[in-house]
Write a new protein. Structure first.
Lengths: 225, 458
């Protein structure tokens, strides 16, 4: 087997380990990948992106469930950490890992939809800070700053909590930080028209659309390439 | 029976657990229990016809609840009860309660599978936005006029004085929900049914409490909703509602939805969680009637084939193994909107399963919310809910299964691109408050179709 074939096999094995949620196995393969000096960018943008796409498809078709996304997300997070540990700050920047602060807005305790979006985003290579439910507007802004986030994702499941999505945007405008973050909105009653009205940057009708929107907003193509 | 205060103490002193750990543990346990109790979802069999699997499901639900408990998301503690405490709580629940007042009072009793006990139907366009008082009054007056329904769920007036926004947790929420319930009470009185059950539930506890007022708002003879968070969780805001209801003497109606594709995993897991969470509503929320529901993480309808099986089998499990008062309302939240045949097909499938499996239907009618679309429903969907629930009494599971299969064939492939339907203004004559001819014709056609399929409509 040539070096190139061996490398391809390693990447294929890594993808398989991610799809089997085998963290220990993925960790060992990643160590090997680091040893043989495969470009981490290739691992992130090809292998992990392909695995994420497959996971998303399987979730949509009902083949796997939210806990599987959680497990796969954990594996991919560990792989990314290992890859990043070999790089300097400039190279990490080049890897283009984007950070998203996500949560369900104030006075709203619906979590499942937000959890699914968070897990699919994580599985698609985004670094996720999930603030949970009933999150005060100021917390989204504060945490986005603290994490140097790229996107603030706001879920609302009630018509009476949708105004909090707008309030987060208003805080960003008032503090002249609107340009620092993209704002993505979603949730049962939320529509594209509402997103436009409150000057959000993106809207996802469902989890898959939310991931595509996040990729568009962060300069990645919807297919993850 | 373990006191409410003991439950609150456990919410502060129970095991401290990370939410993710609780969620993943739910998945692991539901997967184990479905093997142990030999539970299988077969897409070819949307309804469990003989009840033996439902009996095993009840045992699995009990085991899951005793093992997993209820997660308090406010304190991050797990509230657990012993087997003895659980069965004491079940035993302490009444087999019948009375709701409403005067001539409009109804008895809501434990229903058997295929039972002849009358299902209580609380219709109305649940929690939906309305454009103005006049429109809300008109729609609810129309709903209340139908004798086949026993109560009305309220919605929310979208703007105060047509201008000011209503925001959850803000004073506007308290003001507007209170205003809404006053309109609701006036509407049922105008329909000649002043004692009819009226229900509403605001996003926050304080606004919900503000709706209670014997003269102009919700009464002790209505019920207080205490919602369990998906999956198998509770927040103090919900327990605050329970505390108020217990102190004020209001019956507590609990509600919870397991999630197919969520931490329960597959339909079998979601069915186990549906039963276990119902037991949590009784022990932790102190519910004396409760909705045993399920949602699908991917599809905005409550009547997919999987959901009918999950909710139907879970209701059957609770009906056969306990004397609890179970609410099903599987037919709310169709994918299709009002004014379409698909809405009526979806609604009928769910309500037939609820009724035949041993449940009431008290959670209103509504399409899944779409933005701030106001007046998104009419009295005719409430009538349909009432007609279907009341006439499905006496059907056996095989007859229900035949009709449900017929209905699934009609809508199953259109759930992801369901017709949006129309608002009241496009479906009703605003002056007479009666359906426009095209809508009445559509309704009559579907009615005739279902009658031909064996639903004993008059």
């Amino acid at each position: 087997m040539s070096r190139s074939q061996e490398n391809e096999q390693l990447l294929a094995d890594l993808k398989k380990a991610i799809l089997k949620y085998a963290e220990d196995q993925a960790e060992k393969i990643t160590q090997k990948i680091i040893e043989v000096k495969i470009d981490p960018l290739q691992v992130m943008n090809q292998t992990i992106a392909e695995a994420a796409r497959e996971l998303g498809d399987k979730f949509e078709s009902g083949e796997i469930f939210l806990p599987h996304l959680v497990m796969a997300g954990d594996v991919m997070e560990r792989v990314s950490e290992l890859l990043e540990s070999t790089l300097d700050a400039g190279s990490i920047e080049q890897m283009g890992v984007k950070t998203i602060v996500i949560g369900t807005v104030q006075s709203d305790v619906h979590s499942i939809g937000k959890d699914i979006v968070a897990m699919l985003l994580k599985a698609n290579g985004f670094k996720i800070l999930d603030l949970g439910v009933d999150v005060p507007c100021e917390d989204f802004v504060r945490q986005a700053k603290a994490q140097a986030a790229d996107v603030i994702a706001l879920s609302s499941l009630l018509t009476t909590t949708m105004p909090f999505q707008r309030e987060v945007i208003q805080i960003l405008e008032a503090t002249e930080e609107r340009g620092s973050y993209k704002v993505l909105v979603g949730g049962g009653p939320v529509t594209g028209g509402w997103a436009e009205e409150i000057r959000a940057d993106g809207y996802g009708k469902d989890a898959v659309e939310a991931v595509d929107a996040a990729k568009r907003l962060t300069g990645l193509r919807p297919d993850g390439a | 029976m373990t006191s409410f205060h003991e439950i609150l103490l456990r919410s502060k002193e129970g095991p401290l657990v990370e939410e993710k750990e609780f969620d993943m543990s739910l998945f692991k346990k539901t997967q184990e229990l479905q093997k142990k109790y030999d539970l299988h979802y077969d897409p070819e069999k949307p309804l469990d016809l003989d009840g033996t699997m439902a009996d095993r499901l009840f045992q699995a639900g009990v085991e899951l609840y005793l093992d997993q408990g209820t997660y308090c998301s406010t304190t991050h503690r797990v509230i657990r009860v012993s087997e003895e405490e659980l069965f004491d709580a079940i035993e302490a629940c009444p087999e019948e309660i009375e709701l409403g007042e005067g001539d409009d009072r109804v008895r809501m009793v434990h229903r058997n599978v295929e039972g002849d006990q009358e299902p209580i139907v609380v219709a109305g366009i649940q929690t939906a936005p309305f454009s103005d008082e006049e429109m809300m009054f008109k729609i609810y007056e129309g709903c209340a006029g139908d004798r086949c329904i026993d109560g009305i769920w309220g919605g929310i007036l979208l703007k105060i004085d047509g201008k000011y926004e209503v925001v959850a947790g803000a004073p506007s929420e308290i003001y507007q929900y209170r205003k809404t319930v006053e309109v609701l009470r006036k509407a049922v009185a105008a329909a000649g049914r002043p004692g009819m059950i009226t229900i509403n539930n605001a996003p926050t506890c304080s606004a919900t409490i503000a709706m209670f007022d014997e003269q102009r708002g919700l009464r002790r003879s209505d019920y207080m909703e205490s919602t369990g968070m998906s999956e198998m969780k509770v927040a103090y805001d919900d327990l605050n509602r329970s505390a108020f209801a217990l102190a004020h003497g209001v019956p507590i109606h609990g509600t919870h939805s397991s999630v197919i594709g969520g931490f329960s995993g597959n339909p079998e897991g979601a069915a186990i969680t549906a039963v276990a969470a119902s037991l949590g509503l009784v022990t932790v929320h102190r519910a004396i009637c409760f909705r045993c529901g399920t949602v699908d993480a991917r599809i905005k309808s409550r009547v997919t084939r999987k959901q009918l099986w999950v909710a139907g089998t879970a209701i059957q499990a609770l009906s056969r193994s306990t004397r609890l008062i179970v609410d099903g309302t599987i037919g709310d939240h169709p994918a299709a909107g009002p004014g379409t045949k698909q809405y009526l097909y979806e609604s009928a499938a769910g309500h037939i399963v609820s009724t035949v499996m041993g449940a009431h239907s008290t959670e209103g009618t509504r399409k899944f919310v779409v933005g701030n679309t106001c007046n998104y429903g009419t009295p005719l969907e409430s009538r349909w809910m009432g007609e279907v629930c009341k006439t499905a009494v006496g059907l056996d599971r095989r007859a229900a299964d035949r009709i449900v299969r017929y209905l699934l064939d009609k809508y199953e492939n259109s759930l992801n691109n369901a017709p949006a339907g129309e608002t009241y203004e496009k479906l009703y004559d605003m002056k007479t408050n009666a359906p426009l001819p095209h809508y009445q014709k559509l309704y009559d056609e579907v009615r005739k179709e279902l009658k031909n399929q064996g639903l004993p409509l008059s």
